[in-house]
Structure formats: structure tokens, C-alpha cells
Design a protein around this ligand. Sequence first.
Ligand code: GUN
Ligand code: FE
Length: 439
Amino acid sequence: MTRAEIFIGTIINPSKDKISIDVIENGFIIVNDSKIVGLGQHKDLENTLSTIPELSTIYVPRVTLKKNQFLIPGFIDTHIHAPQYPNAGLGYDEPLLEWLNKYTYNLESKYSDLKFSEKVYNAVVNKTLSYGTTTACYFASMFKDSSLVLVNAAIDQGQRAFIGKINMIRLAPDNYVETAVDSLNHTVEFIETVIAKGSDLVQPVITPRFALSVDAKLMSQLGLLAQKYNLVIQTHISENVDEVEMVHDMYNGSSYADVYNAAGLLTKKTVLAHGVYLTEEERTLLAAKGTSISHCPNSNTRLKSGLCDVRKLQESGINIGLGTDVAGGASASIIDAMRCAIDTSTHLTHMIKDSKPITYYEAFYMATMGGAIALDISDKVGSLEVGKDFDALIVDMDVPDSSAHLLEDYAADELLQKFVFLGDDRNVQSVYVAGKKVK
Ligand code: GUN
Ligand code: FE
């Protein structure tokens, strides 16, 4: 039987020109199974419905949004470490490389335990969904079987997810590195097991942790796997000054971006987290390759990595998505990531003459369309349009005890501003992924 539903109310999309938002005040969206099959002004609803043969003769349930509620596309977290979730909000006394050694590898090494994996991974998927993350691009751990537990958690809870078993063959404790042979073989097994599950929502991702964890040969082999299976690639780049210097030392003075490029890892399906210290040449290279940056402002502050200048990335023509980077970032919420992105950009305007901070609608674009482009799924999600999957949130800005206290009437764009600057999971009333209600 057809599963169809009609939503009536205010619809807000990121605008394609990135310099505003598209609002339909009295709108409708018709959803049939996973897809949006009709969208427009409420007055045109019955006409549109009559042109859809499957739906014109059956009863289709209707959801009418209340005042101060609106529909937006679901959020896309382009960079989050699921196994690090227990450390969210802890251990920000050290910068990146020391933080990895003191806190992160120790925690990640515990995921050889599948029961522990199940407990944490179900919690992460549940929490990110509750914040409105309809798509997440996850780093799992080095362990293949544990990474499959995360795959199952996403499938079970209905989250769209890109999930990578991490490759790491050096620079970590003995109980948390693998041989190059195991690294490659386990990656192939992971990829084939995920593909065999036949999920429409969950895909494997090629995930060398960062240049310091692997070597040129393994990276090239991973590049070939990405090509063979047509996969998204994710890793870190230029996050921290000491890290960048170590990469130069380890790879004969090559730039960080050149190290990845030489291995065939820069594609239009590649997402590089951070990119705080990219040179002009590196930015030009990434733009030419169609490679995106996952901007992780909460993490860049918590780990004292630096201030990523999003304007400079934009000017180079690089697409940008947002990442929470839990547990480098303390919050698993993309609403928080939007705020932090605006904060960092605002702070930079005090240091860079004539620069303008990014606006709430630019942050909203990065959290939705920017992320979809980064993961090469902008034909499917990232905005509410006919033909795309219905990955959407009903936001309610008038809920008891929320941070946003509505004492006047507000226009749709004002409600979105309040959501960006004051919102949290209490305001995310319903979450849909591919037409299915998951919150
Ligand atoms: N670089 C290499 N590994 C990591 C990690 O786990 N988190 C962050 N933020 N940067 C990294
Ligand atoms: Fe990270």
C-alpha cells in the first residue's frame, strides 16, 4: 500500500544563491513513500493532488502545522566520530595531538567490545536524530565488526548515514593500530558487508584517519577502493599547526592537500574536515577537484586548533558543509554548529579588515545544501523540492520551557533566526528521513 502524507504550513528552504532563504508561507508538501511528489501554495493543493493518479482516488492523511511551526530540510552532519561520543564535553585541556594520545585513542580502543559499541552507537544515532540530523557522515573505529554495529544502529533507527571503518597503521598505542594488510582487507570486508545489506540509507565510506595515521601506499590503495566502489572519502586536513608540520616532515615537504592528491583521494565525493591552515595553492587544488570542507567550528575552538576562515574557502570556490566533530566538538547538534560557525566568522571580522561575518542563512545553507553537495547527494536531499527524498524537520519555536520565548508575532525568517540562535532539540518536533517519521 502507498504510504502518503500531506504537510500544510510554512516551508523554508536554503536559497540556491546562498544569500537568502526561500519561504513559502502557506505551503503544502505531498509525500509519497520516500519522495516529495508535490510542493506549492496551499491554494493549489487540490489541483496538484488531482494530477497524481496514485493519490487522486485515495484518502491521504494531512498534517497541518501550527502557528510558529515550520518545515525545513533535515540537517547534514558531514563529520562526527561516533565512538568518541562518551567523551563529548571532556578533556579540552590539550591540543589535538596530545588530546588524541591522552583521551581519544584510549576510548576508541574499547570498541573491540561489541556490547559497548551497541550501547554507544544506539545512543549517538538517537541523539543526533533528536537534534534533526537526518544524514550523518560518521567515523567509526578501527574495528570492522564494531563499525558494523554502527551501520545496524543507523539502519534500525532510520538515519541516512555514511559510515567508515577507520584506517590507522601508525602513531597510536599498540592495541589500537593495525597492519597495512589487515587495514586494507578489513576495509574491503566492511564495504562488501555494508553493500550486501542493501540499505537505501546507509553507505560505507573510505576513512583514512589522517595522513599521519597511514602511509602513501595504503592511501593509494584506499583511493582505488573508493574508485572501484564509487564511495565517499573522508579524512582530516590542516587542523592544527603541529599536525601540519608533522605532515610536511613525514611526506618530504609536500603540502597536506598534495599528499592526499598524490594518492587519488581528492574527488568530488571527498569531505575533508577542518582545513584551518590551507594555503592558497591548496585551496585552489581542492576547488579544482570539487572536494568539500567540513567546517567544524566547535571543535576548532575546544581543541584550540584555530579560527577557520570560511570566507576564504568560499572565495576559493570550495563547497562547505558543517560538522560537529564530536568529541573534538562538545555538541552533537548541527544547530550548535551553525551558531559556532557564525561566532567564529564574527570573531574573525575583528581581525580581518573589511570582512563580513557569515549570516544565519549562510549557516543554514551549509547545514543543509552544503552538506548534501559535500556528500554528493544533493540530487536527493539538502532542500525540500519535488523529486527529492522527504528528509525534513518540523520545527516548533513555541514549545514550553524552550530557550526561545515567543512574546510577539514573528515572520517565518524571524522564527528561523530564533531557531538558529536559540534552538535545540526541544524545538525539533518531528524528524523524517526518506518519508519515514523517526522522531
Ligand atoms: N585528526 C585525526 N584524528 C582526529 C580525531 O579523532 N578528531 C579530530 N578532531 N582530529 C583528528
Ligand atoms: Fe574529526
